[in-house]
Design a protein around this ligand. Sequence first.
Ligand code: DGJ
Length: 759
Amino acid sequence: MSVHRSAPEGLSSAALAAQAHDVPARDGGLSRLCHLRAPGTSVVLELPSDGLPVVLHWGPGLGELTGDDLEAMFRGVQPHTANSRIYTQTSVSVLPQHSTGWLGRPGLAGSRSGRAWSVQLDQVRHEVSPSGTDGNDRDGAPAVGGGQPVEVRSVAIDEASQLEVVTELQLHPSGVVRLRASVRNLGDPYVVTALEPALPVPPEADELLDMAGRHTLERMPQRRPFAVGAWVRESRGGRPGHDSGTLLCAGRPGFAFRSGRVWGVHLAYSGNQVLYAERTFNGWRLLRAGELLMPGEVVLEHGESYTTPWLTASWGEGLDALSHRFHHLLRSRPQHPRHPRPVLLNTWEAVYFDHDLQRLYELADRAAAVGVERFVLDDGWFRGRRGEHAGLGDWYVDEDVYPDGLHPLVERVRSLGMEFGLWFEPEMVNLDSDLAREHPEWLFDAGHGPGMPSRNQHELDLGQPEAYAYVLERVSALVEEYRIDYVKWDHNRPLIDAGHQPHGEPGLHRHTEALYRMLAELRRRHPALEIESCCGGGGRIDMGILEHTDRVWASDCNDPHDRQTIQRWTSLLLPPEVVGAHIGPPVSHTTARAHGLTYRAGTAMWGHLGIEWDITEASPTELQELAAWVRLHREHRDLLHTGTVVRADLPEPALRVEGVVDEDRQRALYAVTAVDRPLTWPPGRVPLPGLDPERRYHVRPQPPGDDHPGVGYPGKPPWMTHGVILPGRVLDEVGIEAPPLHPDQLVLIRVEGVGEPPG
Ligand code: DGJ
């Protein structure tokens, strides 16, 4: 084995370190032990001379460890081998292999016409880069900002199978681990069936959490014991889906937001995928994920390779800490949206398909008057699109509805000082469209025609070069012509029977790659353009799509009661500034439930704020209140969109406390919310977590988020009238009395540091 170390160039965060030490390994070989460090996080790897990396520890920072410490640790964690390494499996790599005695699901599955199906790696080269930097381990405080990751790249060859396998494991300054694998074919054509890297978690991780849901009720959490066997979450509709597992966590039983050590993995990918937690009879617990490949979807010719999406993993003492690391990783990307997120108005729930210029003018006038900064024209503007049955694919402005194109509307919007956004659904086609009539060969077809319709629409195959070129040209030309600031990119059906014409082979992998390419090309051509990933609401929320877009639409449900839960669990992965949250009409079109403005706005406040309501019908009082909410959001969005998201653990399930604390812990905003009727009355104390324990804070209700009919009946707790000054430690450990809230009411609380911060 050779270990190559590159120079520590390009390491902008001095808080990362990689340290390596050689030890004699099992079977007389040589292993290098490698300690990767980020603030609060350590990853200790064994890099064997004959195998891929083995994770010995992934979790809390271990501080400085000498070479002797690493060696002792290695010996200290070795299990007995008895008389069979198959039964005891003393080590399992980040790509577990059948040939090493792994009896679970193999990390690489594939074959060359029935041969080369079991991989045994014989030459392995590990490269650690950069190395030798000085670590600074501040346990519990993840790094903020950019910086290069430390990376271990391992290249292995199976000569007999004529395959090269590469794994890349990175530890980012945020403490997030990213892992991916690739396979390169060195022989005759090789079919990849599955390539799924894995990260182990310790036995204390005995409870699983992931998400479930459906259209308009996405990201509902579900828990279960981490039992022997596999808990498998598959997405086969060409996108993660509304029921996407999103984040698969394993932790100490009962792990909560503020306590209980927990690990979680997410696949940064927007197509078919599988997430699974696997526990074996001999004690291994793995969190794994990969692209879910259809038969024959990836066939490698000689010299070709296939690389998995990034398995993106975090850990924390509680879900909040795990979530902070993901947020920090995303916020440290160069393309992360940094300028203030413009408050937008989206026309969908205001006009649906009924596009009337005068009405849209009126909507735009009112939007500008309440402080909206971006006007987004939703579905219904293009040729033939008078309803759901026709028009998708014909990306030309409808001459009947807009005889002068969109120019008059765009000019009106701009003259009011707002940006202009436009809706597209570029991957979809109605059979009643010129596109489908002229180019049926551009549609997916697995050999039975265009297949089953869903919302009257079918699927365009972006893997068809001509279809790709047409869509790219149309979207780009419209962006150019109207100087569009924002594209809402929708996707309203699962992709099934996605066969690439003329032969019908599976085309989703190629389609997803083409989608990423097109989004990247649009941003290259139009650097100021922002793109939203919408998928009938939250059907395509993942870090893969977020590499190419600026926000996601969390759900088609604007009912604040459901949004409380949808946003809470979406925010586990994504920070609020990339999650769209809109103030809907008084009666939700999804649930028919009615809510006052305080609850609707006080819930939407916590994301990238928008309005999706026919405000031409709003009363003068409602408009005034709406303007106050928009002002409040604009006043606090620097905090809301850069601060640390905190969620309290409360024994009372009817109540929630969530907040955002700024980086200096000088300022915070919280919401105390009743999603149901508390069992006890008065409801008791609630903590305000995340503040500096040593600092005093002024705590008071934040208007207009303090005023519902009934709040204060039969009286308010005194702090709501007079405010209170308390140390952060008291606010977290003792709390304050919860406001008396009816179901679906909330109170916003403003918290500001008093005096100088402690030195
Ligand atoms: C589904 C989206 O999620 C909605 O916001 C809206 O854009 C409709 N599609 C339009 O068809």
